[in-house]
Write a protein that binds this ligand. Structure first.
Ligand SMILES: *[C@@H]1O[C@H](CO)[C@@H](O)[C@H](O)[C@H]1NC(C)=O
Ligand SMILES: *[C@@H]1O[C@H](CO)[C@@H](O)[C@H](O)[C@H]1NC(C)=O
Ligand SMILES: *[C@@H]1O[C@H](CO)[C@@H](O)[C@H](O)[C@H]1NC(C)=O
Ligand SMILES: *[C@@H]1O[C@H](CO)[C@@H](O)[C@H](O)[C@H]1NC(C)=O
Ligand SMILES: *[C@@H]1O[C@H](CO)[C@@H](O)[C@H](O)[C@H]1NC(C)=O
Ligand SMILES: *[C@@H]1O[C@H](CO)[C@@H](O)[C@H](O)[C@H]1NC(C)=O
Ligand SMILES: *[C@@H]1O[C@H](CO)[C@@H](O)[C@H](O)[C@H]1NC(C)=O
Ligand SMILES: *[C@@H]1O[C@H](CO)[C@@H](O)[C@H](O)[C@H]1NC(C)=O
Ligand SMILES: *[C@@H]1O[C@H](CO)[C@@H](O)[C@H](O)[C@H]1NC(C)=O
Ligand SMILES: *[C@@H]1O[C@H](CO)[C@@H](O)[C@H](O)[C@H]1NC(C)=O
Ligand SMILES: *[C@@H]1O[C@H](CO)[C@@H](O)[C@H](O)[C@H]1NC(C)=O
Ligand SMILES: *[C@@H]1O[C@H](CO)[C@@H](O)[C@H](O)[C@H]1NC(C)=O
Length: 832
């Protein structure tokens, strides 16, 4: 989210003149300008890149042009049109891995909404690389650009780039590019490297540098800071012989250095997920001719620890500094300072920052994929089937159900092709779907015999062939299983199927009536339950890679086991007691409710299941529940730092800085925002207060006890944080949460007012940002509720407060930042 996207290519005429003649090899590039006329192509005047239409790479979607009011500036041609995908959940471009599998590729996707549909409603959707989530495409407004780039080692000969509709508008894409990279540059990671920033320091023009100067077509954005001095040279900079990064000479010909001794050269960025891994690549070359009495030697510190050095850049020769170990933190400060003996201040020519994207979701079993593709082509199905059949689970192919077991490949267990206009014989490819449990081919025009291979499908429980034109007789293997009740078989309405009528009457019905009916019903129930359970589990695994949970529903004896007989109490609340426990090896908190406060069995079950399905980094994960007679409980993720109430009131814990306070408020706001806008139907927290805000070991805040209002008997319950308006209307609405949030925010600001005032005297916070926060809190508690901001608005405002504070912190140290990665808004690819 708070991420810095590589800036875009804007090239000058000079560039054009000097490079057009120079035909660099782009034969292994794939450069797609989505939405241009099928079969057309053009050479971009500026970059000399040959863009082609997307017709060979995708077969769905609609070509669109951005609207004229947005296309007022001289924008990059690739953004003038796009392809949108109003139908289907998932749409995939299939790119050839032009240098084969197990090789490294840079893949870049660009988006500009441009109000192409004249609706003025900017969509939000997900981008997947194959079956793995790559990025959520978030656009601020109709004219903002979104560009994301990833370095990926392809495991197969093709690469799927998929757009997934997540319910927030129609996905689209403007431009898609694939570039082969050498294998010996950038680290080998389990996963891929998403570009987080790439700068040519000291480059002042509006032009980014890319192909053909950069053979890999990386895009180097200009960046500098007014408080840094720019150095430059006209001499060519050589690549060091031992690496293959091929940083363009033009990128290295400029550099930045602090204005004077009292300043630092510093990179700073913050990321919203503390589990993220980063790699940094710093490019140095000496570009000043040093006198004999001069020297330039530098050290590189990351978060206060020496990371590399001492080191002297070589004259007119590039050295790329990186380390094979990833950096893990939420906030980064890279300081480059001179060593004691250096007469000159440090310099930096260029840098790249990468974020590791762990790709854990396996692809569907290859044999299943081949089989289902064959079935698709045999019957020429008209379905929006694209990319992987089973993953991600949100875009499971229509008509399929799959099993998801941990890190094993998903398998197809259910296929429903009823009423799909199938003609011809039953495809033998179905026999390759060896895990199939449910097969429905009813209501088609299938002809030929019922093949014997169906009886080889050992897990098949339900087979529906009704209402076709099948002929011959039903294989014995199937009738036997049907007779003894292990297969639910339906072959009715196949006039040519030998004795199918007598079948219907003499075999199925009597069997069903006599022995099978209850058994079969139970079986169906078991299959449906099993499928449901697998799906849940799949969802859970997807969101929570570490959870090895098999069950959501725990018996009370399991709860006793988990908590070691309720051994350790973590806290006592109005509605219950919280115990410490272990689920497998994971620490958990188990909340056991006082039975007098909890509603009946069914209501609890329904709500608990919903809770266990809601996942967000600012919501405490609910691993499962217990619902046995009067024993009702919820199992939550364990939060090491307790609740906010305790932290705020702990006298010894006055350590919370203004920035940390703002960050906690931000976490809370984002959690609420997700409940209100990311859940369908929206969830009202209903009981937000500092004791329901938990903090993990890195002080990230997560909400707990949300959405329990339907479960708990709250009559007579009062909370100082509950909106008075609620007592009047007694119907919870989003703006009641906003009210509670306003009070929580005030508590965060003022709980230890002395500390704040103390800091104020020391000048340790930004007065503006405090005022802004107070104003926001007051707006949240205003009446009537309609006057209060939405949580979306609150998140935006808090973000600004945080940005102000971060900017202040960086100033007050008397240091200079090269770039605040999360704050630099970047140049748009306009007006070149
Ligand atoms: C987009 O614009 C081009 C010409 O600028 C035109 O030929 C094409 O029909 C337009 N496409 C749509 C979908 O309006
Ligand atoms: C992809 O590669 C295969 C062979 O490697 C080739 O036959 C096919 O034409 C290529 N497809 C495209 C769209 O370039
Ligand atoms: C659109 O958002 C960008 C930031 O992505 C901002 O710089 C620009 O001013 C916004 N434009 C409008 C018209 O609001
Ligand atoms: C990554 O692994 C491949 C194959 O093992 C190897 O050829 C390549 O040099 C490695 N790259 C790096 C940067 O270590
Ligand atoms: C360094 O530069 C700043 C201006 O950015 C100036 O105020 C300060 O006096 C200078 N310090 C020294 C030691 O020259
Ligand atoms: C280095 O030598 C030059 C003369 O060649 C002199 O002007 C300068 O002050 C010297 N610098 C240092 C740091 O000694
Ligand atoms: C993150 O950086 C801070 C300093 O900025 C340091 O105190 C902390 O230990 C680091 N965390 C990790 C996990 O390295
Ligand atoms: C360089 O920066 C690091 C980190 O900020 C600091 O710990 C160190 O003292 C600095 N060294 C010098 C020589 O300024
Ligand atoms: C700095 O230079 C002096 C004299 O050349 C030398 O004795 C000392 O070890 C050097 N210090 C470092 C940190 O290299
Ligand atoms: C399914 O078949 C249709 C029609 O033959 C074809 O256009 C489409 O590409 C196939 N789908 C997949 C995922 O291969
Ligand atoms: C049902 O019949 C099939 C086929 O004859 C046989 O393989 C299977 O073991 C039988 N199952 C039961 C529960 O009798
Ligand atoms: C897949 O499972 C869901 C419930 O888990 C069920 O509603 C749906 O009908 C199943 N689809 C098929 C094709 O079996």
């Amino acid at each position: 989210m708070d991420k810095f996207f590589p800036l875009f290519a804007i090239f000058s005429g000079a560039f054009l003149l000097s490079f057009l003649g120079c035909a660099q090899d782009q034969s292994d590039f794939i450069s797609i300008d989505s939405g241009i006329t099928d079969g057309s192509s053009y050479v971009d005047e500026i970059t000399s890149i040959n863009y082609v239409s997307d017709a060979p790479y995708i077969y769905t979607g609609v070509s669109e042009n951005i609207s004229a009011e947005i296309n007022t500036m001289n924008m990059d041609r690739q953004y003038l049109n796009l392809r949108s995908f109003p139908e289907g959940t998932k749409s995939c471009y299939t790119l050839n891995a032009t240098q084969g599998k197990n090789n490294r590729y840079l893949i870049r996707a660009g988006f500009l909404y441009g109000n192409y549909d004249k609706k003025g409603d900017v969509p939000r959707f997900d981008l997947y690389l194959g079956v793995n989530w790559w990025e959520t495409v978030v656009l601020n407004n109709a004219s903002s650009f979104f560009v994301t780039e990833i370095i990926h080692v392809s495991a197969s000969n093709h690469i799927d780039v998929c757009l997934v509709n997540t319910g927030f508008g129609t996905p689209f894409i403007s431009v898609l590019e694939l570039r082969p990279l050498k294998n010996d540059i950038y680290v080998n990671v389990s996963g891929s490297l998403e570009n987080y920033g790439r700068c040519a320091c000291g480059l002042t023009s509006d032009q980014a540098i890319r192909f053909p100067k950069d053979l890999y077509d990386r895009i180097w954005s200009p960046c500098t800071s007014p408080r840094l001095e720019i150095l430059s040279t006209a001499s060519t900079i050589q690549e060091s012989s031992q690496d293959n990064f091929q940083i363009p000479s033009t990128v290295m010909q400029t550099a930045v250095t602090p204005l004077n001794d009292s300043h630092l050269l510093k990179l700073h960025w913050m990321h919203d997920d503390s589990n993220s891994l980063f790699y940094i690549y710093l490019d140095f070359a000496e570009i000043q001719e040093l006198k004999t009495n001069q020297s330039r030697e530098l050290n590189i510190y990351v978060n206060g620890e020496l990371w590399y050095g001492p080191f002297s850049p070589k004259y007119l020769q590039t050295t790329t500094i990186y380390r094979p170990a990833a950096l893990n933190n939420r906030s980064f400060e890279v300081v480059i300072n001179k060593t004691e003996n250096s007469t000159l201040l440090p310099l930096l020519n260029a840098f790249e920052i990468y974020l590791v994207k762990e790709f854990l979701q396996p692809e569907t079993d290859q044999q299943d994929v081949e089989a289902i593709l064959n079935i698709n082509s045999t019957y020429r199905l008209k379905r929006y089937w694209q990319g992987d059949p089973c993953a991600p689970i949100i875009s499971l192919w229509d008509g399929l159900n799959c099993s998801y077991e941990g890190h094993n490949s998903p398998r197809i267990i259910s296929l429903d092709l009823s009423s799909s206009g199938l003609t011809g014989p039953i495809s033998s490819s179905i026999s390759k779907l060896t895990m199939l449990q449910f097969l429905d081919l009813s209501n088609n025009d299938l002809t030929g015999p019922v093949p014997d291979f169906l009886s080889q499908l050992q897990f098949l429980r339900v087979l529906n062939l009704a209402n076709n034109k099948l002929s011959g007789s039903v294989p014995l293997g199937l009738t036997d299983r049907s007779k003894n009740g292990t297969l639910l078989l339906n072959v009715r309405k196949n006039p040519n199927l030998c004795s199918s009528d007598s079948w219907k009457n003499k075999i199925i019905i009597p069997v069903v009536a006599a022995i099978g009916s209850i058994f079969i019903l139970l079986l169906i129930a078991a299959v449906v339950f099993w499928i449901l359970k697998r799906r849940k589990q799949g969802e859970m695994n997807e969101h929570n890679g570490t959870s090895k949970l098999k069950e959501q529903n725990f018996s009370y004896s399991e709860i006793l086991n988990i908590t070691n007989n309720l051994e350790r109490v973590l806290g006592n609340g109005k509605f219950g007691t919280i115990f410490h426990g272990y689920l497998d090896d994971t620490q958990v908190a188990v909340k056991i409710f006082f039975s007098s406060y909890v509603h009946g069995y069914k209501q609890f079950q329904v709500e608990a299941k919903i809770l266990a399905r809601v996942h967000h980094r600012n919501l405490t994960t609910c691993f499962g529940y217990c619902n046995e007679y009067t024993n009702k409980g919820l199992i939550y993720e364990y939060m090491a730092n307790g609740n906010l109430e305790d932290i705020l009131s702990d006298r010894n814990a006055n350590f919370l800085s203004w920035q940390e306070r703002l960050q906690i408020a931000m976490d809370v706001a984002q959690g609420l925002e997700f409940l209100h806008n990311g859940c369908n139907p929206p969830i009202i927290h209903g009981n937000l207060k500092p004791t329901n805000i938990l903090l993990d070991e890195s002080l990230h805040a997560k909400l707990v006890d949300f959405g329990l209002s339907k479960v708990l008997t709250t009559e007579g319950a009062t909370s100082e944080y509950l909106d008075p308006d609620y007592y009047i209307t007694t119907k919870l609405i989003e703006r009641h949460d906003v009210y509670s949030f306003g009070l929580v925010l005030l508590a965060i600001i003022t709980r230890d007012i002395n500390n704040i005032v103390d800091s104020k005297l020391k000048g340790n916070f930004q007065v503006d940002s405090v005022w802004k926060t107070v104003e926001l809190a007051m707006a949240c508690v205003s009446s009537p509720p309609i006057n209060r901001p939405t949580m979306t608005r609150v998140v935006k405002e808090l973000n600004q407060c945080l940005a102000m504070e971060i900017a202040r912190l960086n100033r007050s140290e008397g240091t200079i930042e090269l770039v605040t990665v999360n704050l630099t808004s970047g140049l748009d690819p306009q007006a070149r």
